[in-house]
Design a protein around this ligand. Sequence first.
Ligand code: HEC
Length: 259
Amino acid sequence: MKIVKLFTLFLTILTHTSLSFAAGENPTLMKPGWSFQSFFGKFDRASLQRGYQVYTEVCASCHSMKYLSYRNLAEEGGPEFSLEQAKAIAGNFEVVDGPNSDGEMFTRPAKLSDKFVMPYANEQEAKVSNGGAYPPDMSVLVKARAGGADYIYSVILGYEDPPVGMKLDDGVYYNKYMYGNKIKMPPQLYDDLVTYADGTTATPEQMAKDVTTFLAWTAEPKLEERHKFGFRAILYLIILTILVYFSMKKIWSRIETKI
Ligand code: HEC
């Protein structure tokens, strides 16, 4: 009977770890459900690839992605583009390199080893171009915000008309989920904004889900590895518990017979 109790304890710990994910979130956020959040969760490969497309075609003109290199796009556990595809993607961008033998800087197509090209030269330029607001770097944004993926998804889709009587300055938009309800990012998504390579219909909800999935991966590229490791660790602990239980029973049974 004790062994049953131990199992129940393990199960409680398991469910508890996935529940604590939800604990810190704002209850009013939209929760579309994510394939990667459960205990055994994995990223949806096709969604990651579509999400990259949305990021690069829509968000990358304002939001940088400073920790990612083009080669990451081909690595295991990510969008898993082929090396050829990742090379072709990199080749679409220009980076400044140098100096050459004449002491001059020059531009060349990006390589797999290059970091994602930044949209602005520096923070000041980014602010000036966005009415004084800084579009935050997106590499770890999902981890940096309470509510994580649900928050990002909600903000992208959370534009509404302001309540009657609320005056907004030029370039300021009403957003249900943004802190203080005011955001200096214009609404981004509308039907068919991108043409998905895999033929998926590009509704705002679909694009928001895909780009958020992509951002969840950039924020935690080793998530799948962590889940695999966690699963093995739990399995190991269960087996160990069973062994310990039976050896304990055996040892104590001998002592009991003497009494
Ligand atoms: C025209 C430039 C521009 C584009 C394009 C753009 N953003 Fe933004 N974004 C901004 C600015 C500026 C802010 C900061 C707003 C503020 O602080 O009021 C911002 C803020 C955000 C925030 C809120 C972050 C926070 O601080 O909590 C999210 C989420 C976000 N953007 C997601 C996206 C996504 C996803 C895309 C692509 C689909 C995108 N943005 C495209 C300019 C842009």
